[in-house]
Structures are given as C-alpha cells and as structure tokens.
Ligand binder design. Structure first.
Ligand code: MG
Length: 318
C-alpha cells in the first residue's frame, strides 16, 4: 500500500513523505502530542486518494493546424486560428517555414505547387521568395498567411482579454503552438528558429506561445535562446529522461509512439515533463489518452475531443 502510494507522487513529494515517516518512527516517544497532531495533519493530504486510482488530469485541447474542419476555414489559415480562439482551445498548432527572403509563412508540406508565368511549378517552399508565393491561395480563398498575421491577432487577444482590466474569468487565451519545420539545410533551420523567436519577442509573446519541432538542431537553438518558452520535441526517438537532460519542457509524440512506449506517460510525469500527443482523431484514442492523465491532446477534431472530456468529467463528478 505504502509503495503504491509513494509511486503516485513526484520524487520531491516521496522524499518529503519518507523523511516525515522516518522522523515519526525514530522519535515516537519523544515528540509531544501537539507535534504528532501537526505531523499527521501534514501527511493526510499526501495520503488522500491513495486508495483509488491516479486521478486523471484534464487535458487541454490543441487544434491541429488550427480549427479547419469548419465553414470558411482551411489548414494553417488565419481563419483556422481565429476559429480555434472562438472555440476556446488551449492552443492552435501551425507549421512554419522561412522563405528564401526571410519571411515566415504558414504551410505544412515542404513543397508547394503554384502558377508561375502561366504554368504550374513545384518547388521546395523554403527555396521560394514570398513574392513568388504571393498568388498562392488556400482552399478558403486566403493568401498564404504570414506569422506576423497570427502574432498580431494573438497579441490583441492577450492585451484585451488577459492583460487588460476587463479580463473575463472564463476566457481561455489560445496559444499559438509554433511548429518550426525542417528546412533544406541546418543553417536555415537555425536561421528559422532565430527569426521566429525574434518575431515572437518583438510582439512580447515569448511567454504566450510554445515551440515544437522534429529537428533537434532547431530544438537545441530554441532551448538556448528562448529559456521562458516551452520547447517540445516531436521526433519520438528520445526517452523522457533524455529529453529532461537536454532541457526540453516536454514531449509531443505521435500516438503510436506513446502506445508502443506506454511507460513513458508515467516516466514523463515523474520528471515533470509535459506530455502532448498527436494527431488524435478517434474516440477510442481520445478515451485511451484521458486514462493516461496527459497534459495536451492535438487533434483535427477539437469539438469531439472537448465533448468527450466534458462527458467524462461530468460523469465523474456525479
Ligand atoms: Mg504540424
């Protein structure tokens, strides 16, 4: 029972509990009645809940490429960010590339097809200038969005609803979750990380965005230059202990990786790393993850995820 109980707490809590129990054992005859009462009062909250399973943490919902499965929206569009805000998502994930003339655009694939001089061309997006891409339109009619379009909206939302005097209690600020894509060269990876963080800092949003990337070069750069911004690794090939050692705030792994390495949920929790899982679109996977007690779920179905969370927690509170 004691071992089971200890396993449910962080290393710091466990150490504290062990010291208290040892002190009681060693000093049972010496300590006064009042000290004993105080000690018991300290221990009771730690023991509460030990007879039941680990309480689930309610995960926050991140809209994958924004909330795009709705009217007038499209993946990685300004509309998808605004609709994630309207939905009250914790975050809106988006994919970022640095163009050859150093503009930061939202786009997922590493190649883009567009019309040039009357014929269709396909090029790596990081080899295109922004001017070349000016005629490209998303499926909802928007032109290719720039990161500053997103940061402008995020800053206005933050200033009005979080920092301003009229803050609403129920308001949820939707964080831009900035995925910096892997570029053609390591030097462009680093330049992209620097350019994006510089822009985020100019908007004063370094504590109000999060960074994710597959590239370890990008992640290492961000960990070095953005100490107050969470950096989560997408690659799936580092253990929680390795991530902690390298200075990551958490992991952001594919659901198949986390199902294969089921022990990583607990390991990450014990190391106080945040756990995000993508891209979670089925009810079965959503329920499975709720049972693991994770921090964030990244999904193309934020409405369904919120409904499942709401049903489950309403049921538990009945
Ligand atoms: Mg992405």
């Amino acid at each position: 029972m004691l071992r089971k109980c200890l396993d449910r707490h962080s290393p710091g809590d466990r150490l504290f509990l062990i010291i208290i129990l040892r002190e009681i054992k060693n000093n049972m005859k010496k300590i006064s009645f009042s000290l004993a009462l105080m000690t018991v009062a300290l221990i009771i909250p730690v023991f509460m809940g030990c007879g039941s399973e680990q309480p689930e943490a309610k995960p926050a919902v991140i809209a994958h490429r924004g909330y795009w499965k709705t009217d007038q929206s499209a993946q990685n569009s300004i509309a998808s960010f605004q609709k994630a805000i309207e939905l009250g998502c914790y975050g809106s994930e988006m994919d970022l590339y640095l163009t050859s003339d150093n503009r930061v655009v939202l786009f997922h694939d590493n190649r883009i097809k567009f019309v040039k001089n009357g014929s269709e061309v396909s090029k790596r997006i990081d080899s295109c200038s922004y001017e070349e891409l000016a005629g490209y339109t998303l499926s909802n009619g928007e032109s290719l969005p720039l990161l500053e379009d997103i940061l402008e909206i995020a800053k206005a939302e933050y200033d009005k609803n979080v920092a301003g005097p009229k803050r609403k209690k129920e308001y949820v600020y939707t964080k831009p979750i900035l995925e910096i894509k892997t570029h053609s060269t390591v030097s462009r990876d680093i330049e992209a990380a620097k350019a994006i963080h510089k822009m985020v800092t100019e908007y004063g949003l370094e504590d109000n965005v999060e960074y994710i990337a597959f590239s370890r070069n990008i992640c290492n750069e961000l960990i070095a230059i953005a100490p107050t911004t969470p950096v989560h690794y997408l690659g799936g090939d580092l253990t929680p202990a390795e991530l902690k050692e390298k200075g990551f705030s958490g992991l952001d792994y594919n659901i198949s990786v986390m199902k294969t390495h089921n022990a990583w949920f607990k390991e990450a929790r014990e190391l106080e790393l945040k756990v995000n899982v993508w891209t979670v679109n089925s009810e079965e996977d959503m329920v499975y993850l709720l049972e693991q007690g994770i921090d964030f779920v990244t999904t193309d179905e934020p409405v369904m995820m919120r409904s499942i969370i709401s049903d489950r927690y309403n049921q538990q509170s009945k």
